[in-house]
Design a protein. Sequence first.
Length: 425
Amino acid sequence: MNFDVVDLIRTKRDGGALGDAEIDWVIDAYTRGGVGDEQMAAMAMAIFLRGMSRAEIARWTAAMIASGERMDFSGLSKPTVDKHSTGGVGDKITLPLAPLVAVFDVAVPQLSGRGLGHTGGTLDKLESIPGWRAALSNEELFAQLDDLGAVICAAGSGLAPADKKLYALRDITGTVEAIPLIASSIMSKKIAEGTSALVLDVKVGSGAFMKSREQAEELARTMVDLGNDAGVRTTALLTGMDTPLGLTAGNALEVRESVEVLAGGGPDDVVELTCTLTREMLAAVGKTDVDVEAALADGRAMDIWRRMIAAQDGDPDAPLPVAKHQHMVVAAESGHIARMDAFDVGVSAWRLGAGRARKDDPVQAVAGIELHAKPGDEVSAGQPLMTLHTDTEERIARAVDALDGAVSYADGAPDLPGIVLGRVE
Ligand code: URA
């Protein structure tokens, strides 16, 4: 059946609900080019302002899945489980997590994307490893999953192509932060990917799409229901993103920190979140009697990491690139650090060259921020707080500007929340 896209935009603009056939048609016509970007942009803004019912979100998701191919991992000898984070600053958890989960004879098909805006992208991080290749054929992907249990690679262009177009459009039209659009975007890719179980890491706070706990809970509930209704066993953890995760934000810097975690060290928050998500993923496929900390400490996860990097032509022993220019930011006051704003640190790292403004912009592997103190730490005025890294010296002044007001201080030790704030199943 054919519809008039302007009628459908008006329906949504005026607060009405779109029917199943209307949703199927608009997604299909947009994917094929029959509905233009300017029309879909108007529709996305109408959805942003008016919202969607659960039934509309489920149909929108199904239509985006139907726009492309579906993968099928049922032929593998192991169960599959995937993790998806809604995105944050310094969120490198996928890197230590995929090999750690694979230690327990579970396959982790981590089909990932590149960074857009102030949050980093997993592929950009891994591409700072000399030689590492993001694009794998389906045959290579299956062979690596069977052999090692862990793959992090680029999602092929055949998976939910409607979302690829729509996400790029939302990014340039101020329509990213809408729960129906985020939920359908993430879940269409994850359901099409064919994993049997999925754990969502829904970030809450200044450095996340969802700034409040209520919004994050609604997003988590929407995605968990979409996954379970589609036969993917799905749970979500709500985790804090007011402060950057770990002590690094930026591609090569985050790889270095991930390797420290795989070597049994690394910052406590990164280790805690990696282990908590690993347990959640293993429980989703029925493995509950597991000692995940031991698999980090005794090198089993590191062994899989090294083989995983080498299988994609990366050299796990090659030195990571280092920035030509470094700039120290010092504490403005003495006292305890009460707050270090994740969004500001993310924007600063992005201005240094760690992220991209447009889809095809290059990123600097070396750019980013290293933190020397975090909220809760006591510092003296003038003490090093952060080191900014970049290959482009002119970028430093604007990166420093982004940090204006990012850090606040208190006389006594602040009361800080834990990293995991809630769970939705
Ligand atoms: N990640 C996605 O894949 N889609 C969104 O809409 C937001 C984050």
